[in-house]
Design a protein around this ligand. Structure first.
Ligand code: R5P
Length: 315
């Protein structure tokens, strides 16, 4: 079995391949001067792509990641179907169709937060992107998706996996928190799973987002006086959610506050903002980021194994 990657998830693809003990082959990717992308499956990788099922690891973030993912899926489909015709007449022009065998592993699913139509006329972006990708593969693995329900009606099986077990072990070893806080209701399931793994106290806040940069938390008494607290969320973007939650914790006596997430987007100076409020920032390798301290490889591997079982493919 082989793991393939494009330009945005190479190191995580290597982590996945090493967790599964499979080969990893990077595809050729480059940009034309006008910024459009080019992808190609190198000649020496064509046999591997045709001889066994493949897992392509690629983020749909930023926007160029969506196009690159689609182009790579298109090229993999062509190679597996045996559509090799090319203007330079290099190699055989057609081969047998080797059948299904393409899985797409998306560490960070861009557009995941537009998972509902909040006002009439809006596109439900997460669903649109999901359907586009599902039309070119046999199954999808997504890691810590913001709201999994948005992908429930895709025409291919989806494995929802999570890095929370690895995040919990990392926090236990490096922070040893007394208390885990979910900064909003949406992160309760993930954060409470971390608290249960570490065996420590847990609570959550109720958050209202006024706009992309303004967050308000409802006041709540938290039993954090003299305690080390870790705030656990699926993603950190501007850092606003974490900074406001950290203020609430400090004002109630927390002696140390850490922020941990699956997806470290860290937009618009987020790290500089965060380090004024928290003692540590911990993220996974789903996105390339300066706080990548937790490997996403094991979480993706669990998702791959789950899909192989459901599709009755042998590993
Ligand atoms: C929202 O519900 C998410 O789970 C995160 O809490 C949010 O996206 C974080 O964004 P920011 O860092 O910009 O507050």
């Amino acid at each position: 079995m082989v793991v393939l990657s494009g330009s945005n998830s190479r190191s995580l693809a290597e982590q996945l391949a090493s967790t599964l003990n499979w080969q990893h082959h990077p595809l050729e990717t480059r940009r034309f001067p006008d910024s459009e992308g080019y992808i190609r499956i190198p000649s020496e990788v064509i046999q591997a792509v045709r001889s066994e099922p493949v897992v392509l690891v690629s983020n749909t973030f930023p926007d160029a990641g969506i196009v690159e993912t689609l182009l790579m899926l298109e090229a993999i489909n062509d190679v597996r179907r045996g559509n090799m015709d090319n203007l330079n007449q290099i190699g055989p022009q057609s081969m047998d169709d080797v059948g299904p065998g393409i899985l797409l592993a998306i560490p960070y699913f861009g557009y995941s937060r537009q998972d509902k139509r909040f006002k009439p006329g809006e596109a439900v972006s997460a669903k649109a992107i999901g359907h586009l990708l599902a039309s070119r593969c046999d199954g999808i693995i997504v890691f810590d998706l913001h709201a999994p329900s948005v992908l429930h009606d895709l025409p291919v099986p989806v494995a929802f996996t999570s890095a929370m077990p690895e995040l919990a072990m990392h926090l236990k070893e490096h922070v040893d928190p007394d208390f885990i806080l979910s900064p909003d209701k949406g992160a309760i399931e993930r954060a409470s799973a971390v608290a249960a793994t570490i065996d420590c106290e847990f609570s959550y806040l109720e958050k209202t987002r006024i706009d992309a940069h303004t967050i308000v938390h409802q006041a709540k008494d938290l039993d954090v006086d003299g305690k080390i607290v870790a705030i656990v969320d699926d993603m950190i973007a501007t850092g606003g959610t974490i900074c406001r939650a950290a203020e609430a914790l400090r004002s109630q006596g927390a002696i140390e506050v850490h922020a941990a997430c699956s997806h470290g987007l860290f937009t618009g100076g987020a790290i500089a903002r965060l380090i004024r409020y928290v003692d540590g920032v911990h993220a996974t390798s789903s996105l390339s980021n300066p706080r990548d301290v937790i490997s996403g490889g094991p979480a993706l591997a669990r998702g791959v194994k789950d899909l192989f079982e459901r599709l009755e493919w042998t590993i």
